[in-house]
Design a protein around this ligand. Structure first.
Ligand code: LLP
Length: 439
């Protein structure tokens, strides 16, 4: 590797040879020439590595009393469920579309947790018919409907109840879910949580397994998890003493932060999860409560830094005394996270990587609105021009899964690097795909 001390190679398997950027030993310019751009590139081994770190951490701390569920909203596609199944993780699904995709990859649905704050009658029946393992109940209406449909099938449906512990996760507002006024869950503070538990315990076709709490996403501070555990264990004890119901499962949700830019802290997944598990054990022990099965539901931290996206520059517009724009052939259609959250990313040129980054640009997309920005104030070489390619790092989570067909632009393809070989895992949408649903 050459001297690249000024370059933010913040993800693994990214390196520079002869002034060219490589990912997993593939020269990115070659991949762009072969497959076109925009192009999502995933490294399989990096995904598997994360799955194993999570699993090892809970195993080392909790032995067999826990499991990891991959929150598949972060990236849902056939190939990912196959990897997750192979790594022996469960999944979190939030729609019939995710359930259907998981089934398409022969995922065992008894290992799936079905979320969503508004499941339709169809969703509930579909999930029951497909033998979903657990519902994570998020409304009273849902609870009674599950009971009704389970009765029709003559089964007792396993459920968790989503609890809002009243914790501020210190992340951006659109992904914070643990506060009392959240649309998700039943809050402890208002008594709604106790009320729904009481109702669930009375229903004949409902088997209440335990509680779920997810306080937010992109959480850097482990203390947030400790605070959540304090609240949850206190509540579990309260419910046990009052109703003689002891949880058999506690699902802590996901939310582990990922490093997108150099200034972000790098979270050590193993240490972090191990510490949280140890803390859970300690708290249950202190309260003389038997340990339930513990689940974590990471999405972002499993897939985000396994991937990059590459784009081709279409124009460079320099507005004297104002700003410089680079327009690329993707944008908010394949990555809406900057437009929606102001999410930060690292961008690099994929050729001439060692040239000086002596100009500042706003990187914008090809879509017809000013809000179609990918990142402001990015330092790149001043000689960048049409036809050059740039890479956006850490794009495995919530890019493809939030992609749209705005302006009737097709979604990019995704390729996966596995053991030195490339596999197309999601095809590029064609013009025929674009008109497929028009009648
Ligand atoms: N469990 C539940 C119940 C969730 O709602 C979520 C994320 C997760 C687990 C996984 O959280 P993670 O480990 O990925 O942070 N579109 C946003 C993120 C929305 C997260 C929604 N729920 C983004 O692009 O930042």
């Amino acid at each position: 590797m050459e001297d690249n001390k000024n370059i933010d190679l913040i993800i693994k398997k990214l390196n520079i040879k002869s002034n060219e950027l490589y990912f997993s030993d593939f020269k990115l310019n070659d991949l762009a020439n072969k497959y076109g751009t925009p192009l999502y590139i995933v490294d399989e081994e990096l995904i598997r590595e994360k799955c194993r770190l999570f699993k090892k951490a809970i195993k080392d701390s909790l032995k067999n009393n826990g499991n990891i569920l991959y929150a598949s909203k972060a990236l849902s596609a056939k190939f990912i469920y196959e990897i997750i199944k192979d790594e022996d993780l469960g999944i979190d699904v939030v729609s019939t579309g995710e359930i259907w995709t998981a089934k398409f990859s022969n995922f065992d649905m008894s290992n799936a947790f079905f979320h969503s704050n508004n499941k339709t009658d169809f969703d509930i029946q579909f999930a029951i018919n497909n033998k979903i393992g657990y519902f994570v109940v998020d409304s009273e209406e849902e609870l009674f409907l599950i009971d009704k449909f389970a009765k029709e099938k003559n089964i007792k449906q396993n459920i968790f109840i989503r609890i809002t512990p009243g914790i501020d996760p210190h992340t951006y507002e659109k992904v914070a879910t643990g506060k009392v006024d959240s649309k998700f869950g039943f809050s402890i503070e208002t008594g709604l949580a106790e009320d729904i538990i009481k109702k669930a315990l009375e229903l004949k076709n409902i088997n209440l397994i335990g509680f779920h709490c997810h306080v937010g996403s992109q959480v850097f501070d482990t203390q947030v998890f400790f605070d959540t555990i304090d609240v949850m264990v206190k509540f579990i004890k309260f419910i046990f003493e009052k109703y003689h119901f002891l949880v058999a499962g506690l699902n802590m949700g996901g939310g582990f932060a990922v490093r997108y830019v150099k200034s972000d802290k790098q979270i050590n997944i193993y240490e972090n999860v191990f510490k949280i598990c140890e803390y859970i054990k300690k708290k249950f022990n202190e309260n003389s409560l038997e340990m339930p099965q513990i689940y974590f539901e990471p999405g972002r931290s499993i897939v985000a830094d396994s991937s990059i996206t590459i784009y081709t520059v279409g124009s460079v517009k320099k507005i004297p005394n104002y700003k410089n724009y680079i327009s690329v052939d993707g944008g908010m259609g394949d990555n809406i996270r900057y437009a929606l959250y102001g999410a930060k990313y690292t961008y690099l040129p994929i050729s001439n990587v060692l040239d000086e980054f002596d100009e500042t640009y706003d990187i914008v997309g090809r879509f017809c609105e000013s809000g179609d920005e990918l990142q402001r104030n990015v330092k790149l070489p001043s000689n960048i021009k049409r036809g050059d390619r740039i890479a956006c790092l850490t794009t495995g989570a919530y890019q493809y899964s939030m992609a749209s067909n705005y302006n009737r632009v097709g979604k990019p393809m995704m390729i996966m690097i596995s053991n030195g070989k490339i596999r197309e895992v999601i095809k590029r949408e064609t013009l025929d795909d674009i008109i497929r649903l028009d009648v």
